[in-house]
Design a protein around this ligand. Sequence first.
Ligand code: GAL
Length: 442
Amino acid sequence: MTIRKVRAFGAVLPIIALVVAACGGNGATTGPGGTAAATDAAAACPAGSTKIEVQSWWTTGGEATGLQKLFDKFNADNAGLCAYNAAIAGGAGTNAKAAIKTRTLAGTPPDTFQVHMGHELLDTYVNISAGSVLAPLDASIIDTTKFPAGVVKIISGSDGKPYTVPVNIHRANELWYSKKVFSDNSLQPPTSWDEFVTTADALKAKGITPLALGDNGIWAYGMVFETILIGELGADGFSGLWTGTTKWDDPKVTDALNTLKKVSGYVNADHSSLSWDQANQLVIDGKAGMTIMGDWANGDYVAKNFTNYGWAPAPGNVGIYQALADSFPLPAKAPNADAVKKLLAFMASEEGQDIFNPYKGSIPARTDAGTPPAGGLQYNDYQKSAMGDWTKDTVVPSMEHGAAASPAWTSAVEAALTTFATGQDVAATQAALVAAAQAAGF
Ligand code: GAL
């Protein structure tokens, strides 16, 4: 990671109040709750084994498979231990985040759980007035010298100690497109939002949905808005929104909302009833030309054996890598602390990261990883290109996935976007965004 990148990423950590947002979104394959699936997963563990309960929101495609592959290797190498996925369905943790928070703050946590690095981790569980409910991780679990400094900074509490194991780096600001639809219509991926409109009009004229959106959780719409803000404001301007150096009443935010309004006219009519992966399916089926989604979409294509897709930074986002990381901490009251420490160390290892990430669609967080075991699934072309971009692009944080803003602030932005999605009132929405920043202390 370059110095510039460390600065850009580390600079965006105003530590504000807690409160996890129950922030919209839904996975496609299982209903909310996930209890039956979690019970089944536990039951698959051998009788008499020590069961390590890992709570995630990964129930579909590459996400669930990647975690299972990691567990399979860990369980095979550690006789008597059995890690299992106690998943609660709902994209972006719609249902899981609130359930995990309730359990963990009540002192009855799972052995470990999925949480995003940055504010989501620190504001909810670590830098809290009652004292951290997570245990700091020592060098036997994570060797922080093997992770980018910008990442280490936002997994560390105010005491400077690391509190979670990042298993990956996801890119949020990516445009995915159907190569067949694009070549059939002699199109190129748009590099600006003006070009997007021209491309979208061409697709619309052919009866093809220009942009697939699955925002049954508002977070997916929020991701589109974030990419437009990045395009309007640039890396520093966008990062400054979360630290107070860019004001939310800036005319460029007005422009971004006007663009969002325009872009909203090119999405599938049933967007508010679809999940992100159902929207991605429209691209796979050639019913939509494009979608804007994090690179878990890449994992979804891999899982569905779909290869005829292309990718590009979202319009106006070239050279800017909007990042987030999924991670797993050690609850202070983890029921099986010794066992889960071993699992976390495996998640932090080169081997663990290179088993997991080829399925997940993301790249490893460890700087020395990137070569999966022979015979295992290898990184695909998208991931190889992402590894290159990660080392040279300017990094900005994702709001929707916990890195940029406190959960309370994210929730307030999402409330403004929920109203905007139907009313499309630019002035009222910008006023709500200004108020949300003020409530967050900016
Ligand atoms: C994100 C998470 C990703 C993926 C996505 C869709 O919040 O970081 O790993 O699961 O939600 O559910």
